[in-house]
Design a protein around this ligand. Structure first.
Ligand code: ADP
Ligand code: ASP
Ligand code: MG
Length: 412
């Protein structure tokens, strides 16, 4: 007997047939004698629609009301999944974040989990009841609904697995594991049997949507055994050969590649603050207020011009752009810029691998490959195990495919 958390993403609960399929999978685990908690996302596309409605009414909407709206998708699927389970004779009940309670911090819209009270769930699971938990949501210190940022159900699942001391956390999605890059845009992407926490963390943080970054961070910290697998095919009976990807410690991987994978993100925007005075403190004058407004800035470059002014260019998440613009405009007096230029037609392409620590030339291969394709690099940033570049969004697929080949990642 094992205690497991099974998380189903949006496409896995996209309609009633898919929800019936989820129920059948859960039943198999229950019949095998396991205690099961299920975490569900909203039906595919629903969260996007809810977000769009908020944005349409007001680009600078109240984040607490945004949470009230976007958390509803998971309320629907948790109830439906519980009904589907009951219908096939499996005892189940749904749990909203506030009912557990799953407590978060005050950062509405991208809240972090502070605690999960797991006792009642554990007690009921022990009596054979499946807990169907609405992912993505919790309750903030102001006693209002909070959501965990896009893709947050992954984090709900991993945090729940830690709180329930589960033996595994299975993340069911529409691909059968973690690949060397998004298999939707590179047909030759290879499935990885195992990936190191650190590589998965870095890949997720630069755009590989298959797991939310925070979920990987938590899994690494809490030692949760996470595996990514498809809800669309294959079996998952306990003891069978599970076909997904396991996220593991680096030393569990025998054959290490220099580059583990390539990720892209189209959720970027580029901002150039033009002709600011080139003086000490200018970076603090720009980025201080942005941080204060909760805007996460990613890549930064500064171009010094001859006349003593400088252009400061940086990237940020697209959804933060309205807030960033307003913050900069509000601080015009203390910064002293001529104009703000924004560009949404950009994408960030990143190459990730722990092997970079010990191998030189990874960045150079990237620059040369992109140059050969005539792709201009606008901004570069690096970390110990990652190189990222910002390019025009139109070249995203070309760049990812070319790099995938250049690093020898293509499937035979
Ligand atoms: P879910 O709704 O189940 O949470 P997501 O859309 O959030 O699913 O994540 C799964 C998607 O992640 C896949 O359909 C795939 O297009 C994308 N993806 C991006 N990079 C990778 C990668 N390296 N490996 C696997 N999938 C990836
Ligand atoms: N439904 C939420 C989203 O689309 C959470 C999730 O799917 O993980 O971001
Ligand atoms: Mg997801």
């Amino acid at each position: 007997m094992a205690r497991i958390v099974m998380k189903f993403g949006g496409t896995s609960v996209a309609d009633l047939d898919r929800i019936r399929n989820v129920a059948a999978r859960v039943k198999r685990e229950v019949d095998a004698g396991n205690e099961v908690a299920v975490v569900v996302s909203a039906m595919a596309g629903v969260t996007n629609q809810l977000v769009a409605w908020c944005q349409n009414l007001s680009p600078l909407h109240d984040a607490r009301e945004y949470d009230t709206v976007v958390a509803t998708g998971e309320q629907v699927t948790s109830g439906l999944t519980a009904i589907a389970l009951q219908e096939i004779g499996v005892e189940a009940r749904s749990w909203q974040g506030w009912q557990i309670p799953l407590r978060t911090d005050a950062a509405h819209g991208k809240a972090r989990i502070d605690s999960i009270a797991g006792e009642e769930l554990i007690r009921r699971m022990g009596l054979g009841q499946v807990a169907v938990v609405a992912g993505f949501q919790g309750v903030a210190p102001d006693n209002r609904v909070a959501t965990l940022g896009r893709g947050g159900s992954d984090t709900s699942a991993v945090a729940l697995a830690a709180a329930l001391k589960a033996d595994r956390c299975d993340i069911y999605t529409d691909v059968d594991g973690v690949y060397t890059t998004d298999p939707r845009i590179v047909a030759k992407a290879r499935k990885l049997g195992k990936i190191a926490y650190e590589e998965m963390l870095e890949l997720a943080s630069v755009g590989a949507k298959v797991l939310q970054t925070r979920s990987v961070e938590l899994a690494m910290k809490e030692r949760v055994r996470v595996q990514v697998l498809s809800s669309f095919e294959g079996g998952n009976l306990l003891g069978s050969d599970l076909p997904g990807t396991l996220v593991v410690d680096e030393d569990e991987i025998v054959e290490k590649e220099i580059v583990a994978g390539i990720a892209y993100s189209r959720d970027e925007a580029k901002v150039t603050v033009r002709r600011v005075p080139d003086r000490p403190g200018i970076a603090a004058a720009i980025f201080g207020p942005l941080a204060g407004a909760g805007v996460n800035v990613d890549m930064i470059v500064q171009n010094v011009s001859a006349d003593g002014t400088t252009d400061m260019t940086f990237t940020l998440g697209r959804s933060d752009l309205p807030r960033a613009r307003k913050t900069l405009d509000d601080n015009l007096a203390s910064i002293g810029f001529a104009e703000i230029v924004t560009d949404m037609n950009v994408a960030k392409i990143s190459v990730v691998g722990v092997g970079m620590r010990s191998h030189a030339g990874v960045a150079n291969t990237m620059f040369r490959t992109l140059a050969d394709k005539g792709i201009n690099i606008q901004v570069i940033s690096t970390s110990e195990i990652k190189v990222s570049v910002l390019i025009a969004a139109d070249y995203t697929e070309l760049a990812v495919r070319a790099l995938h080949s250049a690093y020898g990642l293509d499937a035979a």
